[in-house]
Design a protein around this ligand. Structure first.
Ligand code: TRP
Length: 324
């Protein structure tokens, strides 16, 4: 069975964009692949963060994932910091990763600009090297990547080629997994930007209080002509809402257009809210029943399994590097 790895940074609660783009896909993939789902808590440290929140979100995200349908009996859910071998390989890779190339990464440029005033740690530059180590330590076949992580995966592929050549290792070169259909969900208040926790008003957290969800949907940006019609370039706001509704109800765009002919935006938005609540009803109930102890047990079991695989590979690598 092919091995897939992906990472989620515990920097915010799960939102509809996360669900429709990555998580929905992973739920389906866990039957066909060996999926390693990593809580990237070390990556979360590359920008200033609250230690309390990092710990809270680590549990909160895993509970959300399980409630939504990630099955911990099939998918190996683990915490990055539980597997020390990632950091060894990270260091080895950093010795061949070129500073110039790392400085050319979009995300590095963005983040270092954003935190210019407070000062940026060097972790932000080395971010993609750690990401490469996450992948390469398990000889992963496929990595599902959205638009924003494509460049990092490309760097990983170059880096492993260089590393294998330099040290005569045989680390597997991972491929990007491009899903059949990627849902790109935009911010509710700014449909030219991806839905993200950095813009809370436009971001629908799946497990947020009902009132908040309703409010955010009703406040979503539309235009003034009150016609529910799919037209992303002229009507980006309403088209984004239609995409959301399409995924929640499995209706096509033309069905939606027909259903809401002569009805207007308010009615459409109320309907999106209702379908959101019914779509996530089961998950919202399930999440409350999952305890931190259950999550700890999952982390512990995953760590035992993965430390074995990772340390094995690490030993092979170290013997080639003149360290063993
Ligand atoms: N950088 C990824 C993100 O921001 C998270 C991540 C960390 C990751 N390590 C990974 C993704 C390895 C894929 C593979 O979303």
């Amino acid at each position: 069975m092919k091995r897939i790895l992906t990472g989620i940074k515990p920097t915010g609660k799960l939102h509809l964009g996360n669900y429709l783009s990555v998580i929905r896909e992973l739920i389906e993939m866990q039957n066909r692949y060996q999926v390693l789902l990593m809580i990237a808590n070390l990556h979360a440290q590359t920008v200033p963060y609250s230690t309390r929140e990092l710990s809270f979100l680590t549990y909160d995200i895993v509970k959300s994932l399980i409630a939504l349908g990630i099955n911990p009996k099939k998918t190996i859910i683990f915490k990055q910091s539980d597997i020390p071998a990632h950091l060894y390989l990270f260091w080895f890779l950093s010795t061949v990763a070129s500073v110039g190339e790392l400085m050319r990464m979009h995300e590095f440029k963005e983040q270092s600009e954003k935190y210019k005033k407070t000062g940026v740690g060097s972790g932000i530059l080395l971010y993609p090297v750690l990401m490469s180590a996450d992948i390469l330590i398990y000889n992963v076949d496929l990595v599902p990547v959205g638009e924003d992580q494509k460049q990092h995966l490309e760097l990983c592929r170059e880096l492993v080629r260089k590393f294998n050549k330099r040290f005569n290792t045989k680390l597997k070169i991972p491929k990007a997994y491009i899903p059949n259909e990627t849902a790109k969900i935009m911010s509710l208040i700014n449909p030219s930007k991806k839905m993200s926790k950095s813009e809370p008003e436009g971001c629908l957290e799946i497990f947020a209080p009902e009132k908040e969800i309703k409010q955010k949907i009703l406040k979503a940006i539309t235009d003034s002509d009150n016609e529910v019609k799919f037209d992303p370039s002229h009507k980006p706001g309403i088209s984004n809402l239609m995409t959301i509704y399409k995924y929640l109800t499995k209706k096509t765009y033309s069905e939606i257009e027909n259903n809401f002919k002569n009805k207007g935006y308010y009615e459409f938005k109320l309907e999106i809210y209702n379908s959101f609540m019914s779509y996530f009803k089961k998950a919202r109930l399930a999440k409350n029943k999952i305890t931190n102890q259950e999550i700890n047990k999952i982390f512990k079991q995953s760590a035992i399994k993965l430390n074995k695989i990772a340390n094995n590979n690490l030993n092979l690598i170290m013997s080639k590097l003149g360290l063993n």
